[in-house]
Design a protein around this ligand. Structure first.
Ligand SMILES: Nc1nc2c(ncn2[C@@H]2O[C@H](COP(=O)(O)OP(=O)(O)OP(=O)(O)O)[C@@H](O)[C@H]2O)c(=O)[nH]1
Ligand SMILES: [K+]
Ligand SMILES: [Mg+2]
Length: 365
């Protein structure tokens, strides 16, 4: 039996099994098996490379955004609107067959925007160019899931399931679990909170199923079986996702109002140039980028330059962004901005910076 058939069989069994306390354990094991086969499916087979021609695009700029969506939702039209790159757009499906990079400049950051072929149901199993598209999506800092506002809301669920099936977790954080495979000592299992979905026996069985007999597990939040499997597999990608409904020129105001209220959502029309500036700004926000400025003693800050760092970056990160050896010569920094109580404030390397902060590094003599 091939892997696809095995997957189909387990999926059938899961859908046949009623969900209740008595079957929870059995379902957990089935899900573990399913995840294992899906991983096998994604492993590159000899000869047929997963990368694929036309998908090997170099990362460039401060962040990477992948356009994911069904065919003909307007991905290429959007790339043409937001960047100087041209990507063929057309009223027929699969106009785009490779990965086409463009560049957005916003708030001092260079954002790489990738146009990709449309994906279809079954993409995770390798339908269409699904695997290549998904492989690119995994490398992105943000997925822009493009949807057709004139189509049913099912399209979004379907796409999410496709990405879910290949280990992409959208708008979720990594489960708070310490997990370490060891060479001996059996399995040690502990939890710092009350677990309502998972118990020790289940953990043991899932680990055995993955041929792990020695490991340390410390669960620090009330996770589900699926989340525990994610931790064990370890190859999950936690990526932010912005949902973008295009073609709002073709729906009613009531429909528009409903879509616009969904979380992490922007509604646009490429054709009518509606809301595109707002979209770029939301992309910037969802990327969690910050711009900070540096200044030399006795001079004005360089507001033309500016450095792009990630939210949560410390003065040390900023030093690295300026020069490799700067952190070694660092004595203290003066910071003006919203991250400090006084302006300026004398801070150390671990100080966390905020958007628009001005930083003056004072070096050791
Ligand atoms: N009404 C309307 N049509 C649009 C809009 N944006 C794009 N289209 C049309 O939608 C069709 C598909 O556009 P594309 O940009 O080729 O879509 P795509 O998602 O790149 O398609 P594939 O590459 O085939 O997956 C074209 O006929 C566009 O003119 C929009 O805002 N409103
Ligand atoms: K198209
Ligand atoms: Mg296209």
């Amino acid at each position: 039996m091939g892997i696809l058939e095995k997957i189909a069989e387990i999926e059938k069994e899961i859908s046949r099994t009623q969900k209740n306390k008595a079957t929870e354990y059995h379902l957990g094991l089935l899900k573990a098996k399913l995840a294992k086969y899906r991983v096998q499916l994604l492993e590159p087979t000899k000869g047929a490379g997963v990368k694929g021609e036309g998908f090997d695009v170099m990362k460039s700029g401060d962040a990477r955004v992948a356009l994911i969506g069904f065919p003909s939702v307007g991905k290429s039209t959007l790339l043409n609107k937001l960047t100087k790159t041209h990507s063929e757009a057309g009223a027929y499906e699969f106009t785009t067959l490779t990965c086409i990079p463009g560049k957005i400049e916003h708030n001092g950051a260079n954002i790489q925007l990738l146009d990709l072929p449309g994906i279809i149901e079954g993409a995770a199993q390798g339908k269409g160019r699904g695997r290549q598209v998904i492989a690119v999506a995994r490398t992105a800092d943000l997925v822009v899931m493009m949807l057709d506002a004139t189509k049913s809301s099912q399209q979004r669920t379907l796409l999410e399931l496709e990405l879910e099936a290949v280990g992409i977790r959208l708008n979720r954080s990594k489960p708070n679990v310490y997990f370490k495979v060891k060479t001996g000592g059996g399995i040690s299992f502990n939890a710092t909170v009350k677990l309502t979905h998972l118990n020790e026996k289940m953990v043991y069985h899932i680990l055995h199923d993955y041929k792990i007999f020695n490991a340390e597990v410390l669960v620090r939040e009330d996770i589900t079986v699926d989340e525990f499997i994610d931790v064990v597999l370890g190859n999950r990608k936690y990526i932010k996702c912005l949902y973008v409904y295009n073609k709002i020129d073709s729906i009613t105001l009531e429909e528009l109002d409903k879509l616009a209220r969904e979380p992490n959502t922007v509604v646009i029309s490429c054709e009518m140039d509606l809301n595109l500036d707002y979209l770029v700004d939301q992309i910037w926000r969802h990327l969690n980028l910050l711009r900070v400025y540096t200044k030399k003693r006795g001079e004005y800050p360089d507001f033309e330059g500016g450095l792009i760092v990630r939210k949560g970056a410390s003065v040390e990160h900023v030093c690295h962004a300026i020069h490799r050896s700067l952190a070694d010569e660092f004595r203290y920094a003066l910071v003006w901005g919203t991250s400090t109580k006084h302006n300026p404030q004398r801070v150390g390397l671990s100080h966390i910076v905020d958007n628009d902060d001005v930083i003056q590094v004072v070096k050791k003599k």
